[in-house]
Ligand binder design. Structure first.
Ligand code: GAP
Length: 517
């Protein structure tokens, strides 16, 4: 575990050192849980968005896109339930003045019991070797049984307070924290305040106060921009059910505990698609979208074992199925995408609060009804993080050296081809520029002439550039170059005129999309 944490720290520093992600307003020491994407980060992020957008809008005739404003009429958030219920339970430690999410403190305590059990198992495994029977050990070892009992009892109490009638039982939560002896990691004390609900939406004001400003919110999800435009898009696009509306955009949440780099941010980006369907068909569509979205993830080639579904036992009152797609990050399997069957809750609520009729006239059955919705919702930043975590490698080379390489899928890599003149003379720089001038219209190229070739390769490995080309003396004679592959480090001689053909297909988003069909 500690080793994994070290790897994660290295990934975070690598992101900064190589222009992927910087803390926001870095010169002022940053702003909590807000980050800026650098020159390489923005390219990778744009490629992720393109892969998603094209897989939705190009590959599905019945999905169209929109780009709604971040500011929305405040009643939107009353209707959606966010004003009343988009809350996290928070608790303060009076000594350290630090604020925590009460549910996270309890979940960490549960994880501690699990860790203790795991440690006993690892110890016994080492001791007994092949003869070790884990099931029997779990059933008989006194320390494991004791911790399992504590885990089960806490888990049961936690479920009870979270699912109490009328919402979370906040006093019950505090009592658990006290009974478990949970201390503040900063002050080490148990001097806790009561648990309070904290709304995660950021508020601001529109208009001048003199003529009556109104409170508006920074949207906490992009989905509502789609719901309020359902009628506009359906009518103007003459869309027939089933059809989908896709959107990519910023969302804002005043997260109490923002941790793990860009995993939980206060300003982040979502890629959401609402698929409008006939009531009664939702469970079939839910299963189809689960499959489609998992395929999209696995298409990147990171290995099926690194993904899993986490089906929700506890559903929001309006949902009748929900699952998360989790990815194996260095800090465990974590949610990257949510897929939800949201019934007709959102459209019905907007119909109620706006007074507008939001229905679909079905020409096949001559009936009108409020469509049901399957939602797929993925965070761009979490996707970015999962790609970085999986691609990062400190590789031992056969010659005893090491290199840090990002094995990014070529289609997502910020730079696709780096072109190096071997030396800065004899017309080699000009020849290298000529190659770039020819290829820059097809993919992102970079020119590098500083340092020895070996160092230049390392810099390109570190940003995940899949191909490097070197212009040397022979190039000037026969118009061939050496083409070096990032992952295998193999070099081969190819004609300049063949470069585009060799590289373009491998680095294009189209190559990824074709594998989805
Ligand atoms: N419209 C549904 C919705 O917003 P969600 O599960 O709250 O559902 C969807 O969010 C996705 O948005 C998550 O799976 C995650 O990838 C991303 N996300 C949510 N909160 C985030 C945060 N604070 N920082 C980064 N990404 C976040």
């Amino acid at each position: 575990m500690a080793q994994q944490e070290d790897v994660f720290k290295k990934i975070v520093s690598h992101c900064k050192e190589y222009g992927f992600v910087f803390p926001s307003s870095d010169i002022y020491d940053g702003l909590g849980a807000v980050y800026d994407y650098g020159q390489n980060g923005v390219e990778l992020k744009n490629n992720i968005k393109q892969y998603w957008w094209q897989s939705m809008v190009l590959l599905h005739e019945n999905i169209v896109g929109i780009d709604a404003a971040i500011f929305m009429h405040p009643t939107t958030w009353k209707a959606s339930g966010h004003v009343d219920a988009f809350n996290d339970p928070l608790i303060d430690n009076r000594d350290s003045k630090k604020r925590y999410r009460a549910d996270v403190l309890i979940e960490e305590q549960l994880a501690k019991y699990e860790d203790k059990i795991q440690k006993e198992i690892e110890k016994a495994k080492k001791k007994f070797g092949d003869a070790f029977d884990e099931a029997q050990f779990r059933a008989t070892n006194a320390r494991v049984l004791e911790n399992q009992e504590k885990f089960d009892a806490l888990h049961k109490r936690y479920q009870e307070v979270m699912n109490a009638e009328g919402g979370i039982d906040l006093d019950g939560m505090k009592q658990i924290i006290l009974d478990e002896g949970i201390v503040c990691p900063i002050s080490g004390t148990r001097n806790w305040t009561d648990v309070r609900q904290f709304n995660l939406m950021f508020k601001t004001e529109m208009g001048s106060t003199a003529d009556g400003a109104s409170t508006i919110y920074l949207r906490p999800e992009t989905a509502q921009g789609i719901f309020v435009n359902y009628l506009n898009v359906q009518k103007t696009g003459r869309m027939k059910l089933p059809f989908g509306i896709a959107q990519i955009g910023k969302a804002f949440r005043n997260e109490i505990v923002a941790r793990q780099f860009i995993f939980r941010m206060r300003e982040f980006e979502q890629m959401e698609m609402q698929f409008f369907i006939k009531p009664g068909t939702e469970l079939d569509w839910f299963a189809k979208w689960k499959e489609t979205r998992m395929k999209w993830h696995q298409n990147l080639g990171f290995g099926a074992e690194n993904y899993r579904f986490h089906d929700h036992d506890k559903l929001a009152h309006y949902a009748n199925a929900a699952t998360d797609i989790e990815f194996h990050m260095p800090f465990g399997f974590k949610e990257v995408e949510g897929i939800h069957s949201r019934t007709n809750f959102d459209l019905s609520q907007h119909a109620k609060y706006s007074g507008k009729k939001i229905e679909y006239f079905d020409p096949d059955t001559n009936e009108s009804y409020t469509p049901y919705v399957i939602e797929t919702s993925i965070g761009v930043d979490r996707m970015f993080l999962s790609i970085m975590c999986h691609s990062y490698e400190e590789q031992q080379l056969p010659d005893g050296q090491t290199r840090t390489v990002l094995h990014l899928p070529a289609a997502l890599a910020p730079v696709k081809l780096a072109v190096f003149p071997l030396t800065k003379k004899d017309g080699m720089p000009e020849k290298a520029q000529e190659i770039i001038n020819d290829l820059r219209f097809h993919f992102n190229c970079k020119y590098e002439e500083k340092d020895q070739i070996g160092k230049r390769y390392r810099r390109m490995d570190a940003i995940g550039c899949p191909y490097c080309v070197t212009v040397d003396q022979q190039t000037l004679e026969d118009n061939t170059v050496t083409l070096r592959d990032r992952d295998t480090m193999e070099q081969r001689r190819v004609a300049i005129s063949d470069l585009r053909n060799i590289i373009e297909d491998k680095v294009s988003i189209t190559s990824l999309l074709k594998k989805l069909l």
